[in-house]
Design a protein around this ligand. Structure first.
Ligand code: DON
Length: 305
């Protein structure tokens, strides 16, 4: 595969569309991002994990909800199927921070990628490790070999100050008896995990265990093949929230987005991808990133379908 030609065409497809989106500003620290920025990277697991990229693929951005994939993997690695007693695996069809849906579902989040589900996953990781966000950071450093990966204190503080809706979700979970740790501990680790800054290059590397059916960068097993399959499946139905159907229709890959503009995607057995463009659509997914992944799967013919 001549990646250079494909990546140049991917960048060309993504370029013009960013202006139709809007940078997230409900976390004020994110509003400073350049809406026109764009990067794309792929990690080819059939070629020793070689990473190729285009645009600003080595620029750092806030990973936000992309972090939810990695906390889920760490909890499944420790607990196996027990987590699914506490969190569903259905598409949400609702905004990622819906209070009404959580209330209707008696405090059982639809899936681990809506904010309520991710709070439950972080709660469990905190119980398992005593330092949920630190454990996540160390995992990401190990998978990528980049020991500079760290939290952005400014972004975390900004989210803590303005994150009334997540606080409400956490209190609602606690009211239904769904959290083990104190609400403030769970919110602290959740906002820290979201504030991690990474690049398309390092996120593509970090997500490669999902392309390798559960094997880590050092070839040890993190997840069983079934667990890796399950994460990919839940990403397909819930990784891009209430536009998961539209996203699957266009891109045809399991993916997870974040309001920092990042999206990771997986082609099992072949490669992991990460793209970044801070301007978002109305569902919180990167406009340029979605266009880039659409172009990539169309040009290569690689998809899970
Ligand atoms: O909890 C929040 O609202 C943010 N820290 C993360 C949300 C997010 O990235 C949703 N993704 N598209």
């Amino acid at each position: 595969m001549d990646y250079r030609t494909v990546l140049a065409e991917v960048a060309e497809a993504a370029g013009p569309v960013a202006s139709s989106g809007k940078v997230a500003d409900y976390i004020p620290a994110l509003a400073r991002a350049d809406p026109g920025a764009f990067g794309f990277a792929l990690c080819d697991i059939t070629d020793g994990g070689r990473v190729e990229g285009v645009g600003e693929w080595q620029a750092r951005f806030s990973i936000q909800s992309v972090s939810k994939v990695f906390t889920l993997a760490l909890v499944l690695a420790a607990d196996g199927d027990a987590l699914w007693q506490r969190v569903g695996k259905e598409p949400s069809g609702s905004p990622f921070n819906s209070l009404a849906q959580l209330e209707r579902d008696q405090g059982v989040p639809r899936n681990p990628f809506v904010n309520a589900g991710a709070l439950v996953v972080t709660d469990r990781l905190q119980t398992l490790t005593g330092d949920a966000s630190g454990t996540l950071r160390d995992f990401l450093r190990a998978e990528t070999g980049d020991h500079t990966i760290d939290f952005d204190r400014h972004v975390a503080a900004s989210e803590r100050r303005h994150g009334h809706r997540n606080a409400a979700l956490a209190h609602l979970l606690a009211d239904h008896g769904r959290l083990v740790n104190p609400v403030r501990t769970v919110l602290h680790h959740y906002t820290r995990q979201c504030s991690l800054t990474m690049t398309c290059q390092t996120l593509a590397l970090a997500a490669a265990f999902l392309a390798r059916h559960g094997l880590r960068a050092d070839t040890t097993r993190l997840l069983t093949r079934s667990e890796a399959k399950r994460i990919n499946a839940v990403m397909l139905v819930g990784g891009t929230y209430d536009s998961a159907g539209e996203f699957a229709h266009r891109v045809g890959l399991p993916a997870k987005s974040g309001v920092g503009g990042g999206i990771i995607a997986v082609i099992p057995g072949r490669c992991s991808l990460c793209t970044w463009g801070p301007a978002l659509d109305g569902h919180g997914n990167s406009v340029a990133g979605t266009a880039a992944l659409d172009a990539f799967t169309t040009l290569t013919g690689w998809s899970v379908f």
